[in-house]
Design a protein around this ligand. Structure first.
Ligand SMILES: C[S@@+](CC[C@H](N)C(=O)[O-])C[C@H]1O[C@@H](n2cnc3c(N)ncnc32)[C@H](O)[C@@H]1O
Length: 272
């Protein structure tokens, strides 16, 4: 008998997140430069995608393991590693809610930028992140913020108006952008609240085409937007969704000859 489908895995394998990740590389590199990574540091990049932060971590000398639930993104990450000729990084499949393949206290730094926030069961996620971090180590998360006026929070908000209500018991990934929720989840995993700090940070999406063409990339390749369009099409509302997203992308664009859109996120740092 085959195992029941995992909707979390199916969502991220559905599209091709590499198309969106390609527009996030500069911010990924800049964020890694701010993390103070030293040569030989053991880093777990969780929900690593195709390595927007994981490759820069390896380039500054860390020993990096990238873990992601989506098989296609793990394969894409390993291809990028081979192309870059990096020997100190590898990617493997895994689920942030259950990292059973990883021993306790095995990483100096666990990084999860817009990654673990998308896993279900947030209390299992903090338990696992804390378990694999060595005492004296650090966890850094990047989480989108609910109702923030900038790009990603607004894409997810607009999309939710077109999709059916989630199943009972579903915890929205956006709750990871609320400080009190983050504190509650890490405290439940045994971290003292005074070891958790927060900062607002920015990722910039840089795309060579127009904002409307960038909306099309999300429509074709970004799992959550693909689902929103599928639901909207069933109700004959796809054109309305397209229009709302184009208005959003155009109003937030800062570039004259392409697309450059900043998006605010909550950076969480936990001292373990
Ligand atoms: C928005 S992408 C971000 C990827 C990458 N961190 C980046 O910044 O480009 C979200 C990533 O989280 C991964 N993900 C979602 N749920 C996960 C889970 N339960 N365990 C591990 N990875 C997960 C997805 O497959 C996807 O690669």
């Amino acid at each position: 008998m085959s195992a029941p489908a995992n909707p979390n895995k199916a969502l991220w394998e559905k599209g091709d997140f590499t198309r969106i990740a390609d527009t996030m590389r500069e911010s990924g590199e800049a964020l890694v430069r701010r993390l103070g990574i030293t040569k030989g540091l053991k880093v777990l990049d969780l929900g690593c995608g195709d390595g927007t932060t994981a490759l820069p971590e390896a380039r500054v000398g860390a020993d990096v393991l990238g873990v992601d639930i989506a098989r296609n993104l793990v394969e894409a990450g390993n291809r990028r590693v081979a192309e870059a000729g990096l020997m100190n990084i590898k990617f493997q499949e895994g689920d942030a809610t259950n990292l059973e393949q990883l021993p306790d206290k095995s990483f100096d730094l666990v990084v999860s930028i817009f990654g673990a926030m998308f896993a279900p069961k947030p209390f299992d996620v903090t338990k696992e992140m804390v378990r694999v971090t060595r005492p004296g180590g650090r966890i850094v998360m990047g989480n989108w913020i609910p109702n923030d006026p900038t790009l990603v929070a607004q894409i997810l908000k607009i999309s939710s108006n077109y999709t059916p209500p989630p199943p009972e018991g579903f915890v929205s990934p956006m709750t990871w952008g609320i400080e009190s929720n983050v504190i509650e989840r890490f405290v439940a995993a045994g971290v003292s609240a005074d070891k958790i700090s927060f900062a607002r940070d920015t990722f910039v999406f840089n795309y060579g085409g127009t904002p409307s063409a960038f909306v099309d990339e999300f429509r074709k390749y970004y799992g959550p937007t693909m689902n929103a369009f599928e639901a909207a099409e069933k109700k004959g509302r796809a054109a309305e969704l397209q229009k709302e997203l184009e208005a959003l992308f155009n109003s937030q664009n800062k570039s004259q000859d392409g697309t450059s859109i900043p998006a605010t996120f909550l950076r969480v740092t936990v001292a373990v």
